[in-house]
Ligand binder design. Structure first.
Ligand code: FES
Length: 146
């Protein structure tokens, strides 16, 4: 696991200052501190989990109806880069079709969160891989049941 896991949001201004100092954009920090899409969905019809090479884990909850992603939440056990990119990715997928969401790439998330330190680029990868895995599993289930 990365060494950022103990950061709490008890002192957001201090955390903001620290993250700015280590190369996070204000936008990325906002996503990290707000954590708007963090959590689980009791009525999800697709749940997938992925652990990255760094040891951080994401568990995604999607509510998909008529091929549209209606709700998306994600539980992230990971660094600020993982949390910021996962929050931005969940915001992007809402309202999209399964195919549109599957076409989202790391660069699309990067554009939204604006900047992460260089060594944190793989954190975006983990969010996208988790999303893609969920969509692949969902599509496979659908094919199997049709
Ligand atoms: Fe593991 Fe960021 S260090 S996702």
């Amino acid at each position: 696991m990365s060494d950022h896991h103990e950061l709490s949001t008890e002192n957001p201004e201090l955390i903001r200052e620290m993250l700015l100092g280590s190369g996070y954009a204000e936008k990325a920090i906002d996503y990290y501190l707000r954590r708007e899409h963090m959590g689980s969905l009791p009525d999800a019809n697709q749940i997938s989990e992925l652990t990255g090479q760094c040891g951080d884990t994401m568990k995604i909850f999607l509510k998909i109806k008529n091929n549209i992603i209606q709700e998306a939440k994600i539980q992230v056990l990971g660094c600020p880069g993982a949390i910021a990119s996962a929050m931005a990715a969940m915001e992007m997928v809402k309202g999209k079709s399964v195919e549109e969401a599957a076409a989202i790439r790391d660069g699309d998330v990067y554009k939204i969160i604006e900047q992460l330190p260089d060594q944190k680029q793989h954190c975006i990868r983990l969010s996208i891989k988790t999303l893609q895995q969920a969509l692949e599993e969902y599509t496979a289930k659908k094919v199997a049941s049709s």
